[in-house]
Design a protein around this ligand. Structure first.
Ligand code: MV4
Length: 455
């Protein structure tokens, strides 16, 4: 089943397309970019060996159009497709379509994507593999809502089986609200995902978000990386990610890695993936979901482990073995923090600030990595995500990483659009963040406080 890739099509745009093309070049593999008319001046198009326009700006007409992307792959004689994150990266139909056309989809097989994409099926698999799950319903709930919820104990959370990333979730505090909330959750889920299956979980208060990156090859070698802490989010969008977590002990890390290894094995998973957990104040952790793609925050893991996760993805897809061992990864060094820089006016409701980058200068020096697709005079298209850059900072300790991040953010100068750089400086200067004392709703309280103090 070994296959050497000579050419890979990157089915994405922006910073992740650029990041994937860089690794392809290092591996001596030709790259093919696809782009929408709105992206014709984009950096990924300039960097690739060849490129194909696949349609108009709206993602549905380009980056989500499976047939167009497949045509470009066939036409360019690409051996494989790298989907990046978002768009078609977790679409099992697309993965199947690639295989049917003798093109390797760089990711797990369609069955793994489909199974793990169904939250309740993934939860069952986690339970069977010995991964701790929150108390909750066995599978999806069809009737006896009150009986099931009472057994779990209020407050509970209703979650959509086809959901994820916070979509289709509802908290229910008491029995009186339950039936109404289940109906609301179902109709929301139906509208958003075309599937109204829901399940119940015990509600975990003030949790942290901790996740484990893993890789597993066709031979069954598994590596589970140190945890990433992605607790600082706003409306389910991560803003700051770091590794290792300031909250996780060596002992808890070992436990997390052990259960992830078991889960990857029992899913017979091939590729890189991430298992997300909720962690409570006692450091007890509970399975949340599995992401079957490369994630935005993967560079922090690369920084402390000395690994190129895109290279590992490609090696695995070629039928080769993972190039790093568990013991190599356990010898990780230092601390890494990522800041997502969005073109948003964070002081005014995070309104998207899409216009032209008049000028930009990037920070440099020890421990600094910037993943971005912007350059001076680049016009940000309005059709896509507002993330325009990621700053990834490494230092020997968390404390030094925080100081270095502040230094780097001061050097980072973006003119022409409003960005979240200022907010990141406030976060880094916050005493609770410095102590590592935050929880998932922290920014909901922190941001209004910062804004009122500024006035
Ligand atoms: C939870 C929870 C509390 N208890 N489940 C949000 C994303 C989705 N994957 C699951 N999420 C949550 N599930 C139980 N049983 C709280 C959240 C949650 C959250 C989790 C991680 C990061 C930010 C969050 C913000 C709000 C709610």
């Amino acid at each position: 089943m070994k296959k050497e890739f000579k050419k890979v099509l990157v089915a994405n745009r922006g910073e992740i397309a650029v990041r994937v093309i860089r690794t392809l070049r290092e591996m001596g593999i030709k790259s093919v970019a696809v782009y929408s008319t709105a992206d014709k001046n984009s950096l990924h198009v300039q960097m690739a060996d060849e490129s194909y326009c696949i349609g108009e700006g709206p993602a549905k007409l380009s980056y989500l159009d499976m047939d167009k992307i497949l045509s470009a792959a066939v036409l360019s004689k690409a051996d494989a497709v790298h989907p990046g994150y978002g768009f078609l990266s977790e679409n099992s139909e697309f993965s199947k379509l690639c295989s049917k056309n003798d093109i390797v989809f760089i990711g797990p097989n369609p069955d793994s994507i489909r199974l793990l994409g169904h939250k309740s099926v993934a939860r069952d698999l986690a339970k069977k593999s010995g991964v701790p799950i929150t108390p909750g319903s066995d599978g999806c709930v069809k009737k006896d809502y009150i009986k099931i919820a009472k057994k779990i104990g209020f407050p509970i959370m209703i979650k959509a089986a086809a959901g994820g990333g916070g979509k289709g979730m509802r908290i229910v505090l008491n029995e009186e609200d339950l039936n109404k909330e289940v109906e609301l959750a179902k109709s929301e889920a139906k509208a958003a995902f075309g599937n109204d299956d829901v399940f119940f979980e015990k509600y975990i208060e003030k949790p942290r978000h901790v996740e484990i990156q893993f890789a597993r090859d066709l031979k069954g070698n598994v590596v589970a990386f140190p945890e990433r802490d992605c607790t600082l989010q706003r409306r389910h969008q991560k803003l700051v990610e770091e590794t290792p977590s300031p909250f996780v002990t060596e002992e808890v890390r070992k436990k997390l890695q052990k259960v992830v290894e078991k889960l990857a094995d029992s899913a017979n998973y091939h590729g890189v993936g991430t298992v997300e957990f909720l962690m409570d104040a006692n450091r007890d952790f509970y399975f949340m979901e599995v992401n079957t793609r490369l994630q935005v925050e993967h560079p922090v893991t690369e920084s402390i482990c000395g690994v190129d996760l895109v290279k590992e993805q490609i090696l695995i897809a070629q039928g080769r073995e993972i190039s790093v061992s568990q013991s190599y990864v356990n010898n990780f060094r230092g601390h890494s923090i990522e800041h997502r820089i969005n073109a948003e006016d964070w002081e005014n409701g995070f309104r998207p600030s899409v216009s032209t980058i008049e000028d930009v200068s990037f920070p440099m020096g020890p421990g600094i990595r910037i993943d971005t697709h912007i350059y001076p005079k680049y016009k940000i298209p309005s059709f896509y995500d507002s993330m325009i850059a990621k700053l990834i900072v490494w230092a020997p300790t968390r404390n030094e990483a925080i100081k270095r991040s502040l230094r780097a953010l001061e050097e980072l100068d973006i003119k022409g659009v409003k960005t979240t750089i200022g907010l990141h400086k406030h976060i880094l200067s916050d005493y609770n963040f410095q102590k590592g004392d935050v929880y998932t709703k922290y920014l909901e309280e922190f941001i209004p406080r910062v804004l009122s103090e500024k006035k």
